[in-house]
Design a protein around this ligand. Sequence first.
Ligand SMILES: C[S@@+](CC[C@H](N)C(=O)[O-])C[C@H]1O[C@@H](n2cnc3c(N)ncnc32)[C@H](O)[C@@H]1O
Length: 186
Amino acid sequence: MWSGHPNEALVREIGSLTPGTALDVGCGEGADAIWLARLGWTVDAIDVSAKALARAEQGAAQEGVEVSWRHHGLEDLPTNTAYDLVSAFYPALLRADGSVIDTLLDAVAEGGTLLVVHHAHVDRARALEHGFDPDDYVRHEDILAALAPIDWTIEQAGESARTAPQGPGAHHHTDLVLRASRKVTA
Ligand SMILES: C[S@@+](CC[C@H](N)C(=O)[O-])C[C@H]1O[C@@H](n2cnc3c(N)ncnc32)[C@H](O)[C@@H]1O
């Protein structure tokens, strides 16, 4: 559901970074990608939903900003590109694809930033009632565990309150925020 507002944690965590290249993973209707582009980031935004991307494209046109909207999943990201910022808000990445975390991490350039945010305290029983099993998806702690200290500096990891939007996500009041930077090799 289009709100047009970027996620709060994106604004808080990234607002002071110098713009460069960015990848928004699972961009949905594009508010984060549009916000980044307005700040001067060169943004590629990917999502598997053509419907979401169509709305995102419309939103960008209304705002007069350019984003490269790409209709594919993270698993089909070209391997030869790395970004100064990779952000993934509430990504629904299937665990069955064993390499998806590597693909996410490999997309961050040396010196670049990874920002991953999930909902905290997910009620599995409630999710199952809605036909969705959280255990099928990559968890926040899976990504945290994959960040080898030799390659990454964890800058932020923990819970953070968020202003829940109206609509389907209204019961999610807390974010799990992970911000890390990839070390530059000598
Ligand atoms: C919960 S929504 C979050 C959308 C947006 N990031 C936000 O904060 O509003 C998850 C999004 O991930 C997309 N998605 C699901 N699987 C994906 C994949 N393998 N690669 C990229 N995007 C995916 C969905 O289509 C959906 O738009």
